[in-house]
Design a protein around this ligand. Structure first.
Ligand SMILES: Cc1cc2nc3c(=O)[nH]c(=O)nc-3n(C[C@H](O)[C@H](O)[C@H](O)COP(=O)(O)O)c2cc1C
Length: 387
């Protein structure tokens, strides 16, 4: 059998420090520290601890040229089986085909190595954002301030002396719309969202209203949001809970046809999928509809190959879509939110996505705002909530 190393791999020396009472009793500082070497490989998406022999072999094997296992020295042959099992080294045999294909998928999509690693290691499985705030005593902003001290000032200007005043514009309908944009954490689950309003938001945010054909197989869409390279890689999946005339479930939005493709049921109750999606932030979970923003990395990196700014561009694009969604919803008399505190992994499984090619980046919800505020919203000018 022939072997080679996976192409993208970072090795981190990690120090874990724990309190050790016995050490205090012995007159020490009470800190026990343990050093570990961890391999971070994005095609695996999980850390693998390494010993010295394994580290040494990973530093010697080529990621581009296959070598015959028989040519390796004894130390290397001892380290090899576990590295093959873990997928840090790939084998040419049938037994290693699944791992090899996974690693080749990463190569085919042309990920920048650092971006791929960040992407792979920041995807959550079962995070609970509410419990995490409770456990760390950071539920209210007063608690956060108490714990961390005051933040850097809200405006980073040392003094007012040298300021050149600018004229203020006359307030118009656009300003009124902007001031009514308040992140919604209180949805009225008892009031179904009319299908026409739901469709109006989707059309304004995600629909294509023109296209340019470079060749039969190379088409650029024109939409209301800007897009790096005009590629529009961010897909919209919908988790619909409460829209008139639409069965609750998962859908994919077709931006040219302005139509929904129903997806197979997720196999779990939809309300549970929604709650997990937003990392159990219950104030977001009962939105009438969630637009799940999922970039097609393979489309974006088709042009921006191994590009250090590629992931940044896609992330910025999700932000543009979110702001447009906020405004489209507000204009329709609805309310919206965005969150990146999401459990990508169960969502991707429910949507049938391979995160190396197309992964979930953020969730935007929208629907009717409730009449009473249970969870805090930021509306100091009382544009939405009357005092
Ligand atoms: C990228 C992004 C992620 C956010 N994630 C969360 C979140 O996880 N939970 C939440 O309650 N609000 C979230 N928000 C909303 C912000 O808390 C909100 O924008 C901020 O408090 C200002 O309020 P406003 O949007 O009403 O002006 C997020 C906003 C942005 C732009």
């Amino acid at each position: 059998m022939r072997v080679r190393r996976c192409r993208v791999l970072y090795i981190e020396p990690r120090e874990e420090v724990e309190f050790d009472l016995a050490d205090v009793l012995r007159g020490g500082d009470g800190l026990a520290s343990r050093m570990r070497w961890l391999a971070l490989a994005p095609h695996l998406g999980r850390e693998v601890e390494l010993d010295a022999r394994e580290r040494e072999l990973l530093g010697r094997l080529s990621a581009e040229r296959w070598v015959d296992r028989a040519t390796l020295d004894e130390d290397a042959r001892k380290a090899l089986p576990r590295l093959l099992r873990e997928g840090l080294v790939l084998g040419s045999g049938k037994r290693h085909a699944a791992m090899r294909e996974r690693e080749e998928a990463l190569r085919e999509v042309h990920w920048d190595p650092l971006a791929a690693t960040m992407h792979a290691f920041t995807r959550w499985e079962d995070a609970d954002a509410v419990r995490s705030m409770e456990d760390t005593g950071t539920v209210t902003i007063e608690e956060v301030r108490e714990l961390f001290g005051a933040p850097p000032p809200e405006v980073p200007v040392p003094g007012d002396d040298a300021l050149l005043e600018l004229p203020r514009a006359a307030r118009g309908a656009f300003d009124a719309l902007l001031s009514r944009r308040v992140t919604c954490r209180n949805f009225d689950a008892g009031r179904p969202l009319p299908r026409a309003l739901f469709a109006q938001v989707l059309e304004r945010v995600f629909a294509a209203h023109g296209k340019m054909e470079v060749a039969g197989d190379t088409v650029f869409l024109k939409k209301n949001c800007p897009s790096g390279g005009g590629l529009h890689p961010v897909e919209a999946y919908l988790l619909v809970q409460n829209v008139e005339g639409l069965a609750p479930g998962l859908y994919h939005y077709h931006p040219v046809r302005h139509a929904l493709r129903p997806l197979p049921p997720p196999g779990l109750p939809l309300a549970g999928v929604a709650l997990e999606a937003v990392a159990r932030q219950h104030w977001f979970a009962n939105a009438h509809a969630m637009a799940i923003l999922a970039p097609r990395y393979d489309r974006h990196f088709w042009k921006y190959r191994r590009h250090p700014k590629g992931l940044r561009v896609v992330t910025l694009e999700a932000g543009h879509l979110s702001q447009l969604l906020y405004l489209a919803a507000t204009d329709a008399g609805l309310a919206a939110y965005i969150t990146a505190a999401i459990n990508e992994q169960p969502l991707e499984r429910a949507l049938g996505l391979d995160p190396l090619r197309e992964g979930v980046l953020a969730v935007c919800g929208f629907g009717w705002r409730a009449a009473t505020m249970e969870t805090m919203e930021l509306d100091p000018a009382a544009a939405v909530w009357q005092p």
